[in-house]
Design a protein around this ligand. Structure first.
Ligand SMILES: Nc1ncnc2c1ncn2[C@@H]1O[C@H](COP(=O)(O)OP(=O)(O)O)[C@@H](O)[C@H]1O
Ligand SMILES: Cc1cn([C@H]2C[C@H](O)[C@@H](COP(=O)(O)OP(=O)(O)O)O2)c(=O)[nH]c1=O
Length: 202
């Protein structure tokens, strides 16, 4: 049986990495084969592209194309083969992030992203997407305490407000796929919600 494809989204500092650990453990406890991956990255070439995307300033078109270049490789080398052999794939970000950051944040045209999506995805779409929703002010404080900021994390609160709103709009358009979690709650409360969801979801 084909595996399941689950993606995790939210603005920087929303708590994705923290909670993917919990979901990975919950699914492994069910005896499932679980692959954990991320975008940009997830393949050797994708990680090279990631390094440039997170550090070098570039035109929004170049930025969008590089995210999709990383994604095309990721789909072909990692995601499709894993799903076909029955593994469950957990990806820290996927195409919703391009709609949120490049379209919502930067104002890049949505129809160009739709075209790239059709081209690189074929019929592949996530089966479930967890959106960690949080106020940008709170997320920015968490990130500033946790690590050195990359090129995206240095964007201002207006940028992250646009990104957050774009994510919420996407979630409204596909309510069956998205699970929106209030990430302003403490870690244990969020983990409990996710453990409950993923101990049975199939
Ligand atoms: N619910 C939470 N409440 C308070 N701090 C949190 C919460 N979730 C995560 N954090 C902390 O916030 C920082 C960013 O979390 P992280 O999981 O790296 O976010 P993301 O992967 O979405 O950027 C980390 O230091 C993490 O420990
Ligand atoms: C996948 C993707 C990520 N991004 C951005 C969001 C993040 O700021 C950055 C890297 O994502 P991420 O791995 O979540 O960063 P970190 O490890 O620091 O938590 O790339 C886009 O702008 N568009 C995309 O399509």
């Amino acid at each position: 049986m084909r595996g399941r494809f689950i993606t995790f989204e939210g603005i920087d500092g929303a708590g994705k990495s923290t909670q993917i650990d919990v979901i990975e453990a919950t699914l492994k406890a069910r005896g499932l084969e679980v692959i954990r991956t991320r975008e940009p990255g997830g393949t050797p070439l994708g990680e090279v592209i990631r390094k440039e995307l997170l550090s070098v300033s570039m035109d929004p078109a170049t930025e969008t194309l590089l995210f999709f270049a990383s994604r095309a490789e990721h789909i072909a080398q990692v995601i499709r083969p894993a799903l076909e052999r029955g593994a469950w794939v957990l990806s820290d970000r996927f195409t919703d992030a391009t709609y949120a950051y490049q379209v919502g944040g930067r104002g890049f045209p949505a129809e160009k992203v739709e075209e790239l999506e059709r081209w690189t995805h074929g019929d592949l779409q996530p089966d479930r997407t967890v959106l960690f929703d949080i106020e940008p002010e709170v997320a920015a404080k968490r990130v500033a305490q946790a690590r050195n900021l990359d090129r995206f994390e240095k964007e201002n609160l207006d940028f992250f407000t646009r990104v957050r709103n774009a994510y919420l709009t996407r979630a409204k358009q596909s309510p069956d796929r998205f699970l929106i979690v209030n990430s302003m709650q403490d870690k244990e409360t969020v983990s409990d919600i996710l453990r409950k969801e993923f101990s049975t979801w199939a």
